[in-house]
Design a protein around this ligand. Structure first.
Ligand code: IMO
Ligand code: MG
Length: 428
């Protein structure tokens, strides 16, 4: 196998969990490297659905070591509950490791997320409200508390005193909110701290050792266009979902990465606010939403739906250095007479843009240029091989591959493990 990064190539929710699960048989370790419980990764095995927020989807494979690494921000109560519910379903946690360097999402982060969103008014980002942005901001401001401190009662109590004094000045002075009490926080988090303590260790060396055997799968969260630097800022998350984030979030050098696989849907979705040139605010958009069950795993919000945007996907391929694409949700488009692919944007002056502009978030003059392809009416959900796909679906896939100029390694025709068509096994 190879050290492989599985990365979202759109605005998140590309079904990365399914690909991670699919590839897990061939590695020794799966690492979640960024984001927090803003993520929602669903995996369906033998008709049973598992939803992950912080735990790597690899946990369903007992032979694997599963790591939540430095780049992740952890809400301890949410993580404990997620682990307990997995345990209750008979999943072993004996192979789980949590980095002591991962930052903790604390009650003021969730509060700040809500207060900041309210203060933005019309310019709301539409965050998941999980405290992700404020937790990463505190990490950068060197005011964060890390897991190693959090699970150590005296160290946590001492750090809490210092940090909370500052936070309460912010909450009361800027937002006019009630101050938080240290003793309440300690009480609220005591059980989670004790419960998580045995899993916490130094993970950088562990990951390095597994990576030396070329046996690590890096599970991305969110998507390339939500990256804090390279995404559609400011409508982004606060971490680095892109492939480069796997190095930052684990302590692995870039030369140890052998392969980057991008995951994309056959159409585009976005949750929250921000530019979305191919968005369909019509019946076709609703058709995709209903057929694709496009409602958030984390927040239940309806996702915005639109045609596949090759300008955005090509950009994602470039900034991630994609070796291959895992293209999914082909079954969802079944039933449409026509399927469109956005191949470029036209700007307000009539110029054609083939590359994603860095100021996309603030551009209101861009309209998509579409290629129109015939749709398919035979559901490909049962197809196990390329030749079993409707001919129009084959034509669509071929066109996506040509426009992207990157090979498609797998096709997904439904949420189940076996609803995966293997195109290029040598690329996995
Ligand atoms: P997975 O891993 C889709 C979006 C939010 C919002 C923006 C900022 O399931 O693909 P945040 O709470 O992170 O500060 O919100 O980012 N967002 C996601 N959208 N999938 C995700 O994760 C997302 N995680 C964050 O909707 O627009
Ligand atoms: Mg999701």
């Amino acid at each position: 196998m190879a050290n492989t990064i599985v990365v979202g190539a759109q605005w998140g929710d590309e079904a990365k969990g399914k690909i991670v699960d699919y590839l897990s048989d061939h590695v020794d370790m799966v690492v979640r490297y960024s984001g927090g419980n803003n993520a929602g990764h669903s995996v369906t095995v033998q008709g049973v659905e598992y939803k992950f927020h912080l735990v790597p989807a690899g946990i369903l494979h007992p032979h694997l070591l599963c790591v939540i690494s430095d780049g992740v921000v952890i809400d301890p109560v949410i993580l404990m509950q997620e682990l307990q519910s997995l345990q209750a379903r008979g999943i072993s946690l004996s192979n789980l490791k949590i980095s002591g360097a991962a930052h903790v999402i604390l009650p003021w982060h969730r509060l700040q997320d809500e207060l900041e969103e309210n203060a933005r008014g019309e310019e709301k980002i539409g965050t998941t409200g999980r405290g992700i942005g404020p937790a990463y901001a505190d990490k950068a401001a060197r005011m964060g508390i890390r897991m190693a401190e959090f699970v150590h009662p005296q160290r946590f109590a001492a750090r809490l005193q210092t940090v909370l004094a500052h936070k309460n000045r912010l909450l009361t002075g800027v937002y006019g909110a009630e101050p938080l009490k240290a003793e309440n926080i300690l009480q609220e988090l005591e059980t989670a701290a004790k419960w998580l303590q045995p899993f916490v260790c130094d993970t950088a060396l562990l990951i390095h050792n597994a990576a030396s055997r070329h046996s690590v799968l890096f599970e991305g969260a969110q998507g390339a266009l939500l990256d804090i630097d390279l995404g559609t800022y400011p409508y982004v998350t606060s971490s680095h979902p892109i492939a480069g984030g796997a190095c930052l979030g684990t302590g692995i050098g870039p030369k140890m990465i052998d392969r980057v696989i991008g995951v994309a849907k056959s159409y585009t979705t976005r949750v929250g606010a921000g530019a979305f040139p191919t968005e369909l605010l019509n019946e076709t958009g609703s058709f995709i939403r209903e057929r694709g069950h496009e409602y958030g795993t984390t927040t239940g919000r309806p996702r915005r739906c639109g045609w596949l945007d090759m300008v955005a996907l090509r950009y994602a391929a470039r900034i991630n250095g994609l070796d291959a694409l895992a293209l999914g949700h082909l079954d969802v488009l079944c039933g449409l007479d026509e399927v469109n692919i956005c191949v470029a944007y036209k700007d307000g002056s009539g110029n054609t843009l083939e590359d994603l502009p860095s100021d996309l978030a603030s551009r209101t003059d861009l309209t998509p240029v579409y290629e129109r392809l015939p749709g398919w009416h035979t559901d490909p959900a049962e197809a196990a091989y390329w030749h079993e796909l409707p001919q129009q679906a084959q034509q669509f896939i071929q066109r996506v591959q040509d426009l992207l100029n990157i090979p498609i390694a797998t096709l997904s025709v439904g949420p189940a493990r076996e609803q995966t068509i293997l195109m290029r096994p040598e690329l996995l």
